[in-house]
Design a protein around this ligand. Structure first.
Ligand code: NAD
Ligand code: TYD
Length: 349
């Protein structure tokens, strides 16, 4: 029986993955290990919290001894590792927490996997979920390929690049059975409203200004989160050992065009005057070291495992906005810090 440790399962992408795996594979046991930082939210997992094949444990991946106990007691068979500090702006303010969680935390998990699986590495998979930001920044042309040299430029991407290197090092040095994927910007329900899309949706709802960094000309490639989950499922089950797969949305947009799209859709949904949300746009000081453009060549994943994105950005944005409008309580709780108070009360040990 597979006992899969999903780290960061209370976060945005992790919670979608946990729900997907719990439902699709009743024969697997899914253990969600999460520290519950500001970005982790158990209400993302309500639909599966009582499922017989699901278990939540609150742990910090920077604590090696605690992780060893988890591997020992639960007899973890596989890892899908998503826990991370994930927001570039926070990494500019506080690089150390990114090094601790993303670099030290990943190393701790690799050490446990090596120790507990050493007699039969081939029967166990260590899947590391990473980002396209490790490749650096593109000009107007070109795409990131799996062979593109790493050139991380923010403390966030530098810490993720470092964790990617460690995963590959454990494959090459000790023979650990690893797979790795580097994905473009995700969007969809349950994303914490510090990232661009939910931040803009929330600010429109409460009539607050929409901060666009610099001139809004930076380009990101956007992927509907459920498409990322399907890719992870395929790579986990069918990816080749030691390989890396790029995952992308084929949906490049300049930030300002994306913000316009959200404004116009929100005006329609909220029955506001056309163009009224656009008036909230405010150009603000640019992010330090702001990467200009990310774009992904995902042909390896497409050709080997027959994956491609299934939801267009227009369709996905409608679904995302509908979700936030239907879950005002979720937004209110995470923006008011109510859910953190709840955790402090219930998990104070
Ligand atoms: P998120 O910030 O929403 O969630 C991160 C989760 O990790 C939270 O639940 C948090 O509580 C947990 N966590 C943080 N530090 C921890 C620690 N020390 N120990 C245990 N748990 C800890 O992040 P996300 O957007 O869901 O991203 C998940 C993963 O996917 C990350 O590794 C990120 O680098 C990668 N990724 C994200 C995107 C994106 O667009 N969001 C794109 C590509 C790759
Ligand atoms: P973000 O969602 O933080 O993701 P990432 O930095 O990982 O790509 O930001 C997406 C883009 O939007 C990025 O170019 C920075 C920009 N941005 C703004 O213009 N205003 C904002 O308030 C935020 C959070 C981001």
């Amino acid at each position: 029986m597979k006992r899969i440790l999903v780290t960061g399962g209370a976060g945005f992408i992790g919670s979608h993955l946990v729900k997907f795996l719990v439902r699709k594979y009743p024969e697997y046991r899914i253990i969600n290990l999460d520290k519950l930082t500001y970005a982790g939210n158990l209400s993302n997992l309500k639909e599966v919290e009582n499922a017989p094949n699901y278990q939540f444990i609150r742990r910090d991946i920077t604590n090696l001894q605690e992780l060893r106990k988890v591997f020992e007691e639960i007899k973890i068979t596989d890892v899908i590792h998503l826990a991370a500090e994930s927001h570039v702006d926070r990494s500019i303010e506080d690089p150390t927490s990114f090094v601790l969680t993303n670099v030290l935390g990943t190393t701790n998990l690799l050490i446990c996997a090596r120790e507990f699986w050493k007699n039969n590495f081939q029967e166990h998979i260590f899947y590391h979920v990473s980002t396209d930001e490790v490749y650096g920044s593109l000009g107007a042309e070109g795409l990131f390929k799996e062979e593109t040299a790493y050139d991380p430029r923010s403390p966030y991407s530098a810490s993720k690049a470092s964790s990617d290197h460690l995963v590959r090092a454990f494959h090459h040095t000790y023979g650990l059975n690893t797979v790795l994927s580097n994905c473009s910007n995700n969007y969809g329900p349950n994303q914490f409203p510090e990232k661009l899309i939910p931040l803009v949706i929330n600010n429109i709802l409460v009539n607050r200004s929409l901060p666009v960094y610099g001139e809004g000309l930076n380009v990101r490639d956007w992927l509907w989160v459920e498409d990322h989950i399907k890719a992870i499922d395929l790579i986990f089950h069918k990816g080749r050992s030691g390989e890396t797969y790029n995952i992308g949305g084929n949906a490049e947009m300049r930030n300002i065009d994306l913000v316009h799209l959200i404004c116009d859709l929100m005006d329609k949904k909220l029955n506001r005057d056309p163009l009224s949300s656009r008036k909230l746009i405010t150009y603000v000081k640019d992010r330090l070291g702001h990467d200009l453009r990310y774009a992904i060549d995902f042909s390896k994943l497409q050709n080997e495992l027959f994956w491609s994105p299934s939801v267009s950005i227009e369709e996905g944005m409608q679904l995302t906005i509908d979700w936030y409008l239907d879950h005002n309580d979720w937004l209110r709780d995470v923006t008011s810090g109510e859910y953190m108070k709840y955790y402090q009360k219930h998990y104070s040990n």
